[in-house]
Every structure is written in C-alpha cells, then in structure tokens.
Design a protein around this ligand. Sequence first.
Ligand code: AOF
Ligand code: ZN
Length: 355
Amino acid sequence: MQAALGLAARGLGRVWPNPAVGCLIVRDGRIVGRGRTADGGRPHAETVALSQAGGMARGATAYVTLEPCAHHGVTPPCADALIETGVARVVVALRDPDPRVDGGGVARLREAGIEVTEGVCEPEARALQSGFLTRIRNGRPALTLKLATTLDGRIATATGESQWITGEAARRHVHARRAAHDAILVGAGTARADDPALTVRGFGDVPQPIRVVLSRSLDLALELKLVRTARDIPTWFLHSSGDPAPFEAAGVRCHSILHTDAGGVDVLEALAILGREGLTRVYCEGGGQLAASLLAAGLVDRLELYSAGAVIGAEGRPSIGPMGLNLLARAPRMELLTSRAIGADLYTVWESSSE
Ligand code: AOF
Ligand code: ZN
C-alpha cells in the first residue's frame, strides 16, 4: 500500500476533478500491474493496473489507495473490472466518500466473493487525498498557504524590494509544490505589484496549474504577464465588480462573485466557486491581505513556510496583513507536521488544528 500511495502521489495536481489514486496488482509476491489515475482523471488507477497485469490478475491481490468506484461514469465501474478479471483479494486504504460510491464499491466486491480488507494505511491515504476529500465534504478545494519570509515574518522591505528573500533551493522547491496543486491563487495586489508568471519551471514539459487571481474590481493591467500568457496557460479572475470583457478577450476566464468583505472578495465564496469547477488542491502565494482573509476565515488547511536567515524589522512588509484580532484565544492555531532545512532556509509545514 505504501508503494501504491507513492504512485498515487505522482498524480497530485494533474488528475482533478478526480482523486489521485494508486493501484498495485500483486501475484505470488510479485508486482504484475501498477497504475495511477491518469492526467485529467481518467482512466482510473485500477483500469491502468489491470490492463498491465493482463491474465496475471486472476487470483491476484489488488492494493488500492481509494475504494474502487461502483458507478457508471465515462468509464465502467472499477469494482466490476476487478471482478471480471478474477482478482481474488482487494486491499483498500480508504472508503470513497463520493455519494456515487460511498461503500458501494466494497459491497459489490464482497457480493462477488472477493475478500476485501479495508483501512490499510488509512491516515496516509487521507492525507494524500485531502484535496478530494475536502471538496466532497466542504464543497471547496483544500488550501495550502505558502509563505517565504525573513525570520521576522517580512516578505519585502518598505520600498517593496523582495527578490530574493529565500535561496535558490527553496525557490526550486516552490516550483515542485506548485506542480502538486491544481491551481495557484494570488490576490490582485500581488498580481499588480510583482507581475508574477505563476508557472512551474525547471521540471520539463509538465501540466501547468490554473492561475487564479482574486480581484474585487478587476483593476489590473492588460500588460501583466498573467494576462499576456492567458491563452497558453489557463488563467481565471474572480471578481465582484469591474468589466471582464477586455480580460476575456485576452483569454482570461472571469467568474463573478456576489459578495465582498472589507478587503476584497468573499474568500469562502471564491473557494466554493473553485470547488464547483472541480479544483481539489489550491496553493495560495499571497499577498498579505489575502493570506489574512483566508486565515481569519479558517480556510487555511496547510501552511508551508520558508524562513530565510534575514531580518528586516517593522518597516518591512508583513507576510500576513491585519486580521482584526484582539484575543489570543481567537488566533488560528496550526500544528507542526514537518520541518527541515532546504538549502540555507528552514522549511516548516503546519496543519490547521481547527477540525
Ligand atoms: C477509482 N479509481 O483512479 C479514481 C476514482 O467521473 P468519473 O467516472 O471518472 O468518476 C470520478 C469519481 O471516481 C470520483 O469522484 C471518485 O469518486 C472516483 N475516483 N475511482 O475507482 C480512480 N480516480
Ligand atoms: Zn474507477
């Protein structure tokens, strides 16, 4: 199952709206088929692994990181494929909470006389599939907030100088993390000030995550890199006022949001829109105002922080904007998941503990 999880992880950022599933077919202690959910979500992992195994699947054990599906979608149910090929035993890490499956896959296998073992490596599977699970449960993608700051939590000097706070190795790591998400999210302030490309670079010809900008009024220049490259890399603007026509003519998809809060658009509604579009994993790269809104709304599921050995002082720009918080008891709390050095910087991963 560990190997199936490793295989599944390669699909992260590539398989939405589907979960990244891995499947191994094992016969007589030998792996005879391996598969993960294909880019774009289909074919499913089991189909790929079974076709690799061919006749060797008869009497074999299948290890699957998510319950095999039981519904007729674009492809026939994976549970049926496992039954038809004569697999003898299926080991499942986690039930699929999709209402079309939700125990139905396991029931189908058992009815056909297949031995089913559930719950193997379930915590790891839950972590891996957190994006899909969050979308099914909360109707929104899982959100990772990335921060790259000085030791005192600053992201730029008072004059706006910010290149580069962290080192080369950390910046390269960020590109790998972008690739493992379905979309990259920034606020309009960051799009204006930094003119970022928000692409995955240095890993060859990999699928590019969708670039999403939250902008209350669409006060953005058509000359921004994001707009100029919108025909090649999917780019979405979520806005509550302003004229989308010039951006749409440049290839940007504009979604309108009904509600606004003091600082910008309603972040919960924005994420709900992204969830409806099928996104499961969103990587937010700032700025401080958007980060503050997301944290205040309890929408940050995971925080990935790169801390550089530099100090800027109070004149510098904070990584998190004002949150209107007076009581420590109301502060969002995170639990430390991992920490390690990347080059000369410290990388820490925190998970929301408000669940
Ligand atoms: C599997 N194996 O590799 C994946 C599964 O739209 P469809 O027909 O592709 O079905 C999507 C649903 O199938 C998705 O919501 C989830 O419940 C399941 N994903 N199931 O057996 C896989 N990716
Ligand atoms: Zn399936």
